[in-house]
Structures are given as C-alpha cells and as structure tokens.
Design a binder for this molecule. Structure first.
Ligand code: ADP
Ligand code: MG
Length: 229
C-alpha cells in the first residue's frame, strides 16, 4: 500500500489494483477546538470521529449507489476504518461543491448586506476552489470554463447532481427529525469514460445539521442516523 496523500481528516493510499483506500482519522476541521465544516484547519481531535465519519459515509454512499447515482464508493471496513474507492481525477487541483438550504456560515458572511441569518435557500449550489492558502475562493461557471477547470456542460451536470444528492441527504436527516442547513461535496472524474462521480465522504464533518435549532455535532449525528451494531 502506497501513501499518496495525507489530508486533514483522511490518509489516501494507492492499492495495487488501481483503486484507492481512504483511512479515516479522528481529526475534525475547525478552529481552536470548535468544529466548523467550512474550516481549512484541523480544529480538534475526537476519539471515534473517524469511525463515525466512515459509518455515515458508508450509509449514504450505499444508498446513492443503489439509486444509480455515480459515486466512487466500492466498500467500507469499519474495523480498519477504511473505505475502498475508485480512483478519481480531480477538476483542476480540486473543487468543493456546497449545497445550501439555509443562509449560514461563509454564505452569510459574504452576503450579510442582503441575506438574513438562517434564510431558506432551496438547495443553492456554490462551487469553490480547494485552495487552503486563499481560503477556498468561490468561482463562477464562466471562470471555471475559461480557466479550463470544468466545461459549461460539466458544470450543469455537477450542479444537478449536487442538488439531487443534497436533497437525498436532507430527506434522510428529516426522517430523524434533523434539519440540514448546508453540506459540502467533492466530485471527480472516474473510470475510463471519465464520468462525473461523487467522491470523498458524506459525514457529519461536512455538513451543518440542526435539531430544534440546536447544532448536532458530527459524532452525535452518526448516532442518530445509523444504528450502532
Ligand atoms: N476517489 C478519490 N480519488 C482520488 N482522490 C480522492 C478520492 N476521494 C477523495 N479524494 C481526496 O482524498 C483526500 C481525502 O483526505 P482529506 O483529509 O479529506 O483531505 P483534505 O485535507 O484535502 O480535505 C481529499 O483531498 C480528496 O479530494
Ligand atoms: Mg477533506
């Protein structure tokens, strides 16, 4: 097994058959010990966070695969806290795609002149560059096309998939009495035909979920969503 990348919350290994293995760590993004799914630094470490993230990721990716939505997911090993995935090529050096149901976080900070705190946003999609040094700047469809990162046709596919998957996650949370405020996805090109597929993870570390106007932290979210075995 060949370590190809050490991320903030996962380590990435190349397998001999060409697939990748993602090892989930107990690190969580945030600032000064406070969890923030939009942060670009490891803010805290919580025992069991990796396994909880993997458990929820497995739950959602299995559901998406069953529904025929393209993803990188092959299988997960909860004991090893690893997930086997199809290797994906990133768009440029990587994009983050955010699906917003309420105005909070960086959206609210940017548009405070117009947006009200917590205002409904109906699956609004935003794309940002994965660029920690520049704090993940938002990028438009035209700029993505002009810079050769993503064609206009691909942008529409990405946007539709994001809305679709965002709504699936929202509906699953709603079944447990939780409300999804926003969620961050990553996509890549997968397979010989380079089709666009959802990659990375869907865990509490990538979303803001609330119950009775109270934020539900990542570990708690997994507990609510997936039965412990
Ligand atoms: N199927 C895949 N193929 C290639 N890279 C992937 C795949 N799934 C996730 N990744 C990448 O692996 C890394 C996972 O580690 P993570 O700790 O989340 O990194 P980061 O600090 O960049 O967020 C991310 O950079 C993500 O883009
Ligand atoms: Mg990440």
């Amino acid at each position: 097994m060949n370590l190809v990348y050490q991320g903030k919350t996962k380590d990435v290994y190349a397998l001999e058959d060409g697939n990748y293995l993602l090892k989930f760590k107990d690190d969580v993004t945030g600032v000064n010990g406070v969890f923030d799914p939009g942060a670009n630094t490891v803010g805290l470490s919580m025992e069991g966070a990796g396994k909880a993230g993997l458990r929820l990721t497995k739950f959602f990716f299995e559901k998406l695969n069953q529904m025929g939505i393209p993803t990188h997911f092959i299988d997960a090993d909860l004991d090893q806290v690893t997930m086997t995935v199809k290797k994906a090529a990133p768009f440029g050096k990587g994009l983050e795609v955010i699906c917003r149901f309420r105005a909070v976080g960086s959206f609210l900070r940017r548009y405070e002149m117009y947006a009200e705190d917590g205002q409904a946003l109906d699956a609004l999609v935003e794309v940002t560059l994965k660029d920690d040094d520049r704090n993940d700047p938002p990028i438009s469809k035209d700029a993505l096309d002009m810079l050769g990162i993503l064609s206009k046709e691909e942008y529409e596919i990405l946007k539709d998939l994001t809305k679709q998957i965002g709504n699936i996650v929202k509906d699953e949370l709603a079944k447990k009495g939780l409300e999804l405020y926003d969620i961050k996805f990553e996509f890549g090109r997968v397979g010989e035909d380079h089709h666009i597929a959802l990659i990375d993870e869907i865990s509490g570390g990538n979303m803001r979920a609330y119950r009775n106007n109270t934020r539900v932290e990542p570990l708690e979210l997994t507990k609510i969503m997936v039965q412990e075995d």
